[in-house]
Design a protein. Structure first.
Length: 84
């Protein structure tokens, strides 16, 4: 019997965001294409150069946002899941 996985409902955003690395010292602009409670799809000019873990925020302030883990990469797009 096949296991059926339900995907979280995603909300299309296309909203500017910030990817922060190294404790907030390296902030890079991005576009959050869509968002769910579990993760997001992001586009960035240097998506393939991003590390496996990062912080995603809608403001440049490093104290805001959510920690993320990259789960897939395709061109300038990455899929992330939110982690604690």
């Amino acid at each position: 019997m096949a296991l059926v996985r339900k995907r979280e409902a995603r909300k299309s955003l296309r909203q500017p965001g910030w990817i922060t690395l190294d404790g907030g010292f390296a902030a890079r602009p991005c576009v959050v294409q869509d968002l769910s409670t579990a993760g997001a799809k992001i586009t960035a000019d240097d998506a393939n150069a991003l590390p496996c873990t990062l912080r995603l925020a809608f403001a440049r302030d490093a104290r805001t946002g959510r920690n993320c883990q990259v789960v897939w990469r395709r061109g300038n797009s990455i899929g992330v899941r939110f982690i604690r």
